[in-house]
Ligand binder design. Sequence first.
Ligand SMILES: [Zn+2]
Length: 427
Amino acid sequence: MAYLITNVSVLGGAPRDLLIEDGVVKEPGSDKPDNILDGTGLVALPGLVDLHTHLREPGREDAETVETGSRAAALGGYTAVCAMANTSPVADTAGVVEQVWRLGREAGLVDVQPIGAVTVGLAGERLAELGAMADSAATVRIFSDDGHCVADPRLMRRALEYVKAFDGVVAQHAEEPRLTEGAQMHEGEVATRLGLTGWPAVAEEAIIARDVLLAEHVGSRLHVCHLSTAGSVEVVRQAKARGVRVTAEVTPHHLVLTHERAESYDPVFKVNPPLRTPDDVKALRAALAEGIIDIVATDHAPHAVEDKECEWAYARPGMVGLETALSVVLSTGSLEKDGEIDWDLVAERMSRTPARIAGLTDHGHDPLPGAPATFTLVDPAATRTVDPMETASRSKNNPYAGMSLPGRIVATFLRGEPTVLDGKAVK
Ligand SMILES: [Zn+2]
């Protein structure tokens, strides 16, 4: 089916018409297709790419499935997500990554690119079959034990050496485990007041410092997951200045929420790494604008009610994020120039660069004639009040309940097929 989108602004440019046909964007001719979308006031962006999504299948289908997570992603403007390996069973073999990849194809809502585990069972003891996962139908290029840190420096070194053979990347959840034993929230004045065990900033920064040195030594690619402290930004800044092949991500929640939220004892705000201080938030926003932090990644972490609506100490860490990511980022003003949204920068941080890191060559292309029709349409003038119950995700652990956020995803297309129209999932 062909679509004509009229009067739409591509990345903030002058309004124009676009023809969507045969999976690509074309220059409109004189024939008018049956489907016409009025793009007045809308901005077209390359489909967003999430480098850090937890889809929970196989194993915790009560919290999320590949299909429900894919639908939430499409509603958030995403056309590709990278699925973290901490499923049950763990995605540490060709069989499991191929299963996730196949489920993603069957759902057909976004491209689901599996991430492979670095170590068998995420146990941090021996390397998983990285080569077999790379050679599988899922062509895994990103490896991560996310949820856990690859704490053993020898294993981390070997993983970095191994992935070089196929230009892979190791994505590290930077958390020195000995420094975070029993940790419940950010180590600081709020934790002291609440009597909760602290997760010190240095536990993150020490691992990043070690890993950039290892990546430099090996000459391999390192990606740092969910940077959360001002000190981490400085470690990455110095490494980049030396030419280390390191990229870094920040989550939407670390750009807006701070450790004071724990005062409510509402476990919806429990997350790993924890919410930090206002000064950290400021540094993260500046680093995202500057490019020391390369991308926004959601760390979408759906949890079933019984794992989240309980006492703080027993609650699982994590929050959902796919459907709100763009709005939350826009609300921070980090990607603005002279008070206006810099759509080129939004595309850079949320589509092109994550696509490049993940090696997803079908994604991250500006929706102009000749490009794959894999894009999203945003209404930047719309605002919405977040209701956790209004979601395609199976989980409702949404920390933005009641917040008014700018921007609304109106439509998303994957290779010429709409996955979202008029703000609603097509299938
Ligand atoms: Zn993590």
